[in-house]
Structure formats: C-alpha cells, structure tokens
Unconditional design. Structure first.
Length: 110
C-alpha cells in the first residue's frame, strides 16, 4: 500500500508553451509527467527524468529541468545511472544521518 501522505507536491510547469496555452496538448503532457513525478521517490524521479531527457536528445536535460523543476545535475546523474547500470536499492534511500539536523541540535539551549 502506498502512503499518500508522503507524496510530493505536483510541480507546475513554467515553460512558455504551458503559460501561453495552459489547456493545450503539450501542457497536458507536462502536467501528466509532473503528476507521475510526485508519486515517485527521489531515486525514481532522477531515473525517470534521466530517461525522458535521453529520449528527447539534444537539449533534453534543460527541457526536463524546466518541465519538472529538477536540477540539471540531478537529471544528468539519472542519465549516467541508466547508462552505466544501477545498483539494487538498499533498505534506505539516504545514508543514515543524512538530511537536516533537528532544530534542538542546531540552536543553543536558552
């Protein structure tokens, strides 16, 4: 069962095509890509964006970055992982201790 509370917010594409023709076919494709991206974890998002960028060819990384809001380095990393093979996922996506530290540890006691 998928935990829908941990889903990411759906990114709104800000490309000129979507802004000028919000009800067009291209805008619908971009919205669909972003709805799928919102349901994926960070590794899956990176690989999916890398795959789509590879299929678009020259300029694909920049275009996918604009559509999805992901950084170009993240998309490039996904492409590299697809080209060179991917290790099977571990139990955790991030290494232990990754992420932001709790506020209590950062600020001194008053």
């Amino acid at each position: 069962m998928v935990d829908l509370t941990s889903r990411r917010r759906v990114y709104q594409c800000r490309c000129t095509i979507c802004e000028n023709h919000p009800n067009g076919e291209v805008a619908a494709d971009h919205a669909a890509i972003n709805r799928v991206m919102a349901m994926l974890d960070e590794r899956q998002r990176r690989l999916f964006a890398g795959l789509l960028a590879m299929r678009r060819g020259h300029g694909g990384i920049l275009r996918l970055s604009e559509i999805t809001g992901l950084s170009r380095t993240t998309i490039r990393r996904g492409m590299d992982e697809l080209r060179h093979g991917i290790e099977l996922p571990a139990r955790r996506l991030r290494q232990a201790g990754g992420g932001r530290k709790p506020v209590e540890k950062k600020s001194p006691a008053w």
